[in-house]
Design a protein around this ligand. Structure first.
Ligand SMILES: *[C@@H]1O[C@H](CO)[C@@H](O)[C@H](O)[C@H]1NC(C)=O
Ligand SMILES: *[C@@H]1O[C@H](CO)[C@@H](O)[C@H](O)[C@H]1NC(C)=O
Ligand SMILES: *[C@@H]1O[C@H](CO)[C@@H](O)[C@H](O)[C@H]1NC(C)=O
Length: 812
């Protein structure tokens, strides 16, 4: 076998010294220094091992010959053969010790057809187990067929079993698990089927497991990761699928060959002393993790014909041991430079059919005969026809990011109805004088006693009848404290508003929403406000609005653009409401987008400030969901609806307010159509998670620092994140907003990326709760903080001494 020469060293130790040379694997271990020593030992003690075989074992051997239909290679075996003292040949070897056979090696001619119908593998093994002293058994190309009999367990001394190139079918029998001395198990080129059993982990000294070219299928068992003596794992040419289990603790693993399966998507986790990695022809679709660049013993890396994406790390070419590198047929991007350095021992490099740009490194242009370099089908600047134009690679790289599924729009988001006070209540430009009393820490714990039971909160989200509204009075104190710095909610007079807006002069006009206009008002006390004007249809009394007004008046939180008051305007003839004005605090500092994504005049947020802003938005959402009863869900949040105040505190300006007449009708319909408690509960959960998704989109933009408006852009960026999160920090760095390049902790960034990806999961139920989101962001902030304080290291290296926060929702 091809890896034997490099890695045969270890298996010599447990095989009896005198028989060492006949061991098919160890015989190849000639490159190891200690083999010379072993040979000497063999020679010096050889005379002692002139054996006379027990006659019963002689009979067994002759019976084996008969059962194998007397293959040509066994023609020399007769009744008179002195089995223990015959020169071993490459195809037949019998080794004895203490009058017993310890090794039996029979290798038939390549391509031997299966034995005739009257062959019984069961009788064959019944005969074989009469030599229970066997430590090494090699039966290759003999035409054996049938399922491997469980009675093989009686060969309990077996250390090496190689039954390659036969026609053995069925599953790998469980009885193998009792062969606890087995170190080498080779079942290559048979027709074994079924899954790789989990009991493999009981083979604690197993060091070579080779199952290539069978019909094995299913997921790989986690227990593979606990075979701590494993040096060679070859599962190539089967039908395995799914994620490769974590093999990082296999410190002896030197060869991993998984070629031609359906494994993926993540690059397997391995120890850094690995020497050979073959992942060719699978379904890997991640990036190359950064640690691969530290595999200093890696000689061969073949990951061709997968769907790998992300930047190709040129450092792979310079790995100190690398001789063979193929990344052909993936979607690697990135620019190569002429001045890249390569390992001088590189013999084979295949970069073909990727999306690489730039110049072919000079070190690959040696034209030396011992070096083969293939690079066609990229967008390299080589001046020959083998390359695509540059734009091809750029477009393909973009297309590679497009996910097949589009997000299904939450239909439920329309159900809670109502007007989302749209378009950003305030598109603020001018500076305002809203004195902000900051950051009195609120310990929710103290106030938890006043919270209503959660079940009420959940069942209540259906509609807004007066009974439920009365529950709204149980709003936690945290909410009121959270809105510190705001004047008390009050009723404004129309005169006051007209004065503040110069009778709604166009110069004070800020925005036109779908239900009314937004004006900026300058109050007598000098403060600025935003005034939302909603036109009402006739025949609605003040009374019909009161419950909604009451709710709005409760929605006050540090991270919400909060309502300061309202004002009704009546029709003169029938005293029904003609216009409703809602007065909100004026948030002067522009949208979150303008602080994270727009290049130009304004300064942009640092990484720490970005996390802080995201925490603010998450707290705002948490408050909408749980800080008030009934909760406010499906808020259709957008980054342009998050505003920053003069202290860069993020405030959500557009949330799902149950205000409009039309909406109220819908509420009515909904209530009458009923819906079980369970249903309502499920819907509340769903709507909660739709806000989490929207938050994920906001967070994504905060990370990448580019406006993301279309679903495609979002999907592309999400996939990109998924790629770089497992890649190296250079890859992550390339994915984030340039503005934060000089001041972030990589661990903090990874945490935020991870929670972002989870928020954007397609399956609603897999998204994290808002508490979970908050917890992770706060952890990231803490890590970032510690990193900054940590000796000013600016290399983005992770900080390891940070204690994670205790998992505890409702942190304030
Ligand atoms: C099994 O034995 C055959 C015959 O000696 C050999 O060619 C093959 O390489 C062995 N398989 C492994 C994985 O060592
Ligand atoms: C199988 O049948 C052939 C003849 O058809 C015979 O020579 C051989 O001995 C039989 N083998 C066994 C194992 O019975
Ligand atoms: C290699 O060249 C690129 C551009 O040609 C340059 O940016 C880079 O610093 C160079 N690297 C080294 C190690 O010289």
């Amino acid at each position: 076998m091809q890896y034997g020469a490099q890695f045969g060293g270890k298996c010599g130790k447990s095989v009896i010294v005198s028989t060492w040379e006949a061991d098919p694997i160890c015989a190849m271990a000639t490159t190891f220094g200690h083999s010379a020593f072993l040979v000497l030992v063999v020679l010096s003690i050889f005379p002692e091992y002139s054996e006379q075989l027990q006659s019963s074992q002689v009979l067994t051997l002759l019976r084996i010959k008969q059962l194998l239909d007397s293959p040509a290679v066994l023609s020399s075996w007769t009744n008179d053969t002195d089995f223990c003292n015959t020169e071993p040949s490459p195809s037949v070897t019998v080794v004895c010790y203490d009058e017993s056979i310890t090794q039996l090696l029979i290798i038939g001619d390549k391509g031997t057809p299966s034995l005739p119908n009257n062959f019984s593998i069961d009788s064959f093994f019944t005969t074989l187990v009469k030599i229970p002293t066997l430590k090494v058994l090699t039966l290759v190309s003999l035409g054996l067929w049938g399922p491997l009999p469980g009675k093989i367990e009686r060969l309990s001394s077996l250390e090496i079993l190689n039954i390659s190139s036969n026609f053995i079918h069925g599953s790998i029998p469980r009885e193998i698990s009792s062969l606890t001395n087995i170190q080498t198990l080779i079942l290559d080129d048979n027709v074994f089927s079924g899954e790789l059993p989990n009991w493999l982990s009981s083979l604690s000294v197993l060091s070579v497991l080779s199952l290539k070219r069978n019909s094995l299928e299913g997921f790989l068992p986690e227990s593979l990761g606990s075979l701590e003596n494993l040096r060679i794992l070859d599962l190539s040419h089967n039908h395995f699928l799914g994620q490769v289990p974590d093999l990082g603790s296999l410190t002896s693993l030197q060869v991993l060959d998984l070629e031609n399966n359906s494994l993926g998507p993540q690059f397997p986790h391995l120890n850094r002393k690995i020497g050979f990695i073959v992942l060719r022809k699978n379904k890997f679709s991640s990036g190359i993790p950064s640690e691969v660049s530290s595999y200093y013993q890696l000689q061969k890396l073949d990951i061709s014909l997968n769907r790998f994406v992300g930047p190709f790390p040129p450092s792979l070419l310079g790995l100190p041991s690398i001789t063979y590198l193929s990344i052909s047929g993936n979607r690697f991007t990135g620019m190569l430079f002429e001045n890249l350095s390569c390992n001088s021992g590189l013999q084979f490099v295949d970069l073909s059919s990727n999306l690489l740009t730039g110049k072919l490194p000079n070190c690959l242009l040696s034209n030396s005969k011992d070096q083969i370099v293939v690079y066609s089908g990229n967008c390299l600047d080589t001046g020959d026809k083998s390359q695509h134009p540059f734009l091809f690679c750029r477009n393909e790289a973009l297309a590679a990011g497009i996910l097949p599924h589009h997000r299904k729009l939450e239909k439920g988001s329309k159900m809670v109805l109502a007007l989302s006070i749209s378009g950003g209540i305030i598109g603020g430009i001018a500076l305002a004088g809203l004195a902000f009393v900051i950051a009195r820490r609120v310990h929710l714990k103290q106030t938890r006693g006043t919270l209503p039971p959660r079940s009420i909160a959940e069942s209540a989200s259906t509609g807004y009848n007066s009974k439920l509204m009365s529950e709204a009075r149980y709003v936690s104190q945290a909410m009121r404290l959270g809105a510190l710095g705001l004047p008390a909610y009050r009723i404004f007079s129309l005169e006051e508003l007209e004065e503040a807006t110069n009778s709604f002069d166009t110069s004070t006009f800020l925005d036109q929403g779908s239900h009314g206009q937004l004006y900026r008002g300058h109050m007598k006390d000098g403060s600025l406000v935003a005034i939302q004007c909603l036109k009402m249809k006739r025949s609605h009394s003040t009374q019909s609005f009161m419950s909604h007004i009451e709710l709005i008046s409760k929605l006050r939180h540090r991270n919400l653009v909060s309502a300061l008051g309202h004002c009704f305007e009546y029709y003169l003839d029938d005293s029904s409401v003609s216009r409703l004005f809602l007065i909100f605090e004026y948030v002067p500092n522009g949208t979150l987008r303008s602080w994270v994504s727009k290049r130009g005049a304004r300064r942009t947020l640092t990484w720490a400030q970005r996390i802080a802003a995201a925490i603010g938005v998450a707290k705002g959402i948490q408050f909408l969901h749980t800080g008030i009863v009934p909760g406010v869900f499906s808020n259709n949040l957008k980054i342009t609806d998050v505003l920053l105040d003069q202290n860069l505190v993020a405030k959500i300006s557009s949330y799902n307010l149950p205000i409009l007449v039309e909406s109220m009708r819908q509420v009515g319909v909904q209530i009458s159509s009923g819906g079980s408690k369970e249903l309502n509960k499920a819907r509340a959960k769903y709507e909660e998670k739709s806000d989490v998704y929207d938050f994920g989109v906001i967070l994504l933009e905060v990370i990448v620092g580019r406006p993301l408006d279309s679903r495609d852009e979002i999907d592309i960026e999400t996939e990109q994140l998924q790629v770089v999160i497992t890649a190296d920090n250079a890859a992550r760095r390339s994915a984030v907003a340039p503005a934060i390049h000089n001041g972030y902790s990589d661990e903090s960034l990874k945490t935020v990326m991870e929670i972002c990806i989870r928020c954007l999961l397609k399956k609603t139920e897999e998204r994290p709760s808002i508490e979970d989101v908050l917890w992770n962001l706060q952890f990231a902030a803490q890590v970032q903080d510690a990193w900054r304080g940590d000796s000013q290291s600016s290399d983005g290296s992770p900080v390891s001494h940070v204690q994670p926060l205790r998992r505890q929702p409702n942190l304030h």
